[in-house]
Design a protein. Sequence first.
Length: 291
Amino acid sequence: MHDIWNPWHGCRKCSEGCENCYMYFLDRMREQDGSRIYRTKNGFRYPLSKDRQGKYKVKSGEMIRVCMTSDFFLEEADEWRDEAWSVMRERKDVKFFLLTKRPERVSFCLPYDWGNGWDNVFFNVTCENQRRADERIPILFELPFKHKGIMTAPLIGPVDIEKYLPAGQIEQVICGGENYDGSRLCRYEWVKLLSDQCRKYDVTFNFIETGTCFAVGEKVYRIPDKRTQAQQAFRSGLNYKGKEIHFHLTDEWGYDIPEEELYVPHYHPVTCVECSNRLTCNGCSDCGKCS
């Protein structure tokens, strides 16, 4: 996928949300071990790759999701992280979405010139249940990032975040059910609670997918197809577009990039119409996988 950058691969399970990790499942399907952590050979400097005309393949203004098959703040990746930071430092014109279950390690892993945060980094913590929300969100609030959000995925229990929203630090909440091997139940009322709370404080809420097992009242639905999951999440009406998140993006010399020169997401006229990911995704790459 054009909007994912995996400088390393593999992870260590650290909390309840990791129990049925999709990366472990997919690696197992390839007869690989998801706990083996290694630096990727071809993709480490992906945001710096250029086409034949010498232009960056990742365009100014794109949102790139980092370490979707690992954790950026994994201890085993300490020796590689400075080089990854240097890539983000060089691409001040690109937004980098960081997600972690290890916020307690972050303050020891920031680069020397971090200051009060870089404008192009969007930091998120996973809150799969109330225990992890109450553990990780207070740490999130103490960390020096310009942009902060939370991801309640896989949502495996009710999560109440209302007491955290008035501070105004949380700019976005992404929510989704669990998939693949051993998928645990996600309930409509859990998702609606989060949606209602985000609406109250004008925070963007994106219900990206139902997960394989989704309950509405007493009825439990099994939805193995991820495209159908995203469609049903869209049809739920629980998504909400809150306050705009403004990223200050600059070129290599530090000059502001004009709005008209920034990447504009493209969406497929058929497959993207009812895709719930559309609210926060980087656009369609026309890969054909949704056909």
